[in-house]
Design a protein around this ligand. Structure first.
Ligand code: ZN
Length: 504
């Protein structure tokens, strides 16, 4: 029996299947019968939950707005990236083959300014922060996208769309040599954000500082070179200049996913104007629907307040790691609130997240020691229940809090069976596999073999050993204290030195 029927999402009528979504986990000989589940997601376009119907059965094309690589991303950015990772993992768990495209914005005012301040070529400057971003997502156990296109590698694709818009009379050249999108020529403008062009005109006029445009609400597709841009420009058919931000995402998403694709995600702050403008450019150019489902995650607060450098509550991932905080606890915390709810990031919450992960790892450890008689119906019932509840919750627009609650109910109930020594070794293994399988979605359980000791910590441990050999206790204690500050505790055991991660 194949583990999953990839086509069932595209079938409109309800179909009853013997569908075993936990193929690897279910080894007790019981298969669940399901009505084929449908993944429901909240579509910002329609403001309602809809069944996901993908363009190609069994496949999902998904675009997520990536970082502007001028600085380290902050935890608000990571809320979006973790939400998108959870979505992707869930779709994959449900058997979809996901093509995930995430752009890197490597040319804009901020990257140009940053590279000039550091007197580095733009590419060298943005490469540094792109690499930092890749390191950060790895630390947070975010699965890499299929492709990470960079804006500066896709200038011809952007120029091509802009030329089409010019030919269609939807874009025009301003007096400053820049090319603008004429919002009034695209009647559907505002369909995502539900902002009317009339409202926009009033709002935009107040803050208008670009007089080269014909209408205040129009936006730049191509920005003509100005001396502030220095050596950052492209000589194209549109003249000497650089692309606007919005056109980057239209060009790169359509290049890799086609003119119409399934899902586009991003933070709610990108809904307007960024995503609205992406729709306008793309649909005006192709005459086709750009994206079928738009998904937006809500804002993040830190300790109840909007994150701001002046409030002292602005954190990059690196800021948190330097406090010795556990990256998987950060991941757990970021994903444990439903993505459409405003999320309050607190240090107390991080403690709770850490405890939740410890409960799971301790549970897995305990399962290894199971050696009861087994065969009770109870464990089968519990397994079926958690499989059903977890899946149902996640299929309901990623209702992760309900899914986690069902998982921890399961852990509690199986712990009771372990207390009564009712679980056999085989059942213990089966339950472990089930937990590991669910963790393919959550990605919060540390993998022992991946727990490598940081090089810096290795050096400190060696220094401590050397110091102990010559009875230099002061140096040895200082090394131990430094390790502790890094969140690493060491124990001297009969088998040698052991280390473990601790809370700072
Ligand atoms: Zn974008």
């Amino acid at each position: 029996m194949p583990p999953f029927d990839r086509n069932f999402y595209s079938i409109g009528s309800v179909r009853i299947e013997r569908l075993n979504i936990f193929a690897q986990a279910t080894s007790l000989g019981t298969y669940m019968s399901h009505v084929a589940p449908k993944f429901k997601l909240f579509n910002t376009l329609t403001r309602q939950k809809e069944d996901l119907q993908t363009i190609t059965p069994g496949k999902v094309g998904m675009y997520t707005c990536g970082p502007t690589v001028y600085d380290y991303p902050h935890i608000g950015n990571f809320r979006a990236f973790v939400f998108e990772d959870l979505l992707k993992r869930w779709l994959q768990f449900r058997g979809f083959q996901v093509t995930h495209v995430m752009n890197l914005t490597d040319v804009d005012d901020k990257t140009i300014k940053g590279s000039q301040t550091q007197a580095k070529p733009l590419r060298e400057y943005t490469n540094f922060f792109a690499n930092a971003f890749f390191q950060d997502i790895k630390v947070l156990n975010i699965e890499p996208a299929t492709v990470y296109p960079r804006a500066t590698d896709h200038i011809p694709e952007m120029v091509s769309i802009i030329k089409t818009l010019l030919q269609k009379g939807i874009a025009y050249c301003g007096e400053d040599g820049s090319v603008y999108f004429a919002v009034s020529k695209f009647p559907k403008y505002g369909k995502l954000s539900h902002i009317s062009v009339q409202e926009l005109k009033v709002g935009a006029r107040v803050s208008q500082d670009e007089y080269a445009k014909e209408e205040a609400q129009d936006f730049a597709l191509w920005k003509a070179w100005t001396p502030e841009d220095g050596d950052v420009y492209w000589e194209t058919e549109l003249g000497k200049g650089r692309p606007g931000w919005h056109i980057e995402c239209s060009a790169m998403s359509m290049k890799y996913l086609g003119e119409t694709f399934d899902i586009h995600c991003g933070g709610v702050d990108n809904m307007f104007p960024h995503h609205e403008n992406e729709i306008a450019q793309s649909e005006a150019a192709t005459g086709k629907t750009f994206v079928n489902y738009w998904m937006h995650n809500e804002h993040l607060l830190v300790e109840g307040k909007k994150m701001a450098k002046r409030l002292g509550n602005f954190y990059t991932l690196r800021d948190l790691l330097s406090k010795g905080l556990d990256p998987l606890a950060i991941r757990y915390l970021l994903l444990s609130t439903h993505y459409r709810q405003q999320f309050n990031f607190t240090f107390e919450g991080l403690e709770a997240a850490k405890s939740a992960i410890e409960r799971l790892t301790n549970f897995l450890r305990r399962l290894k020691d199971a050696n009861g008689k087994g065969g009770s119906r109870k464990v089968n019932e519990l397994t079926e229940k958690v499989e059903g509840c977890f899946g149902e919750a996640m299929d309901d627009d990623l209702n992760v809090s309900v899914a986690l609650a069902s998982l921890f109910d399961f852990v509690r109930d199986v712990n009771n069976l372990l207390d009564a020594n009712e679980l056999s070794r085989e059942e213990g293994t089966m339950v472990s596999k089930l937990i590991s399988n669910l963790d393919k979605v959550l990605g919060v359980i540390p993998k022992p073999q991946e727990e490598a000791l940081p090089a810096e910590a290795q050096v400190l441990i060696e220094q401590r050993e050397e110091a102990r050999k010559i009875k230099d206790w002061k140096t040895a204690d200082a090394a131990r204290a430094q390790l502790k500050a890094m969140g690493i505790a060491i124990e001297d055991t009969a088998q040698g030195i052991r280390w473990k991660r601790i809370r700072a």
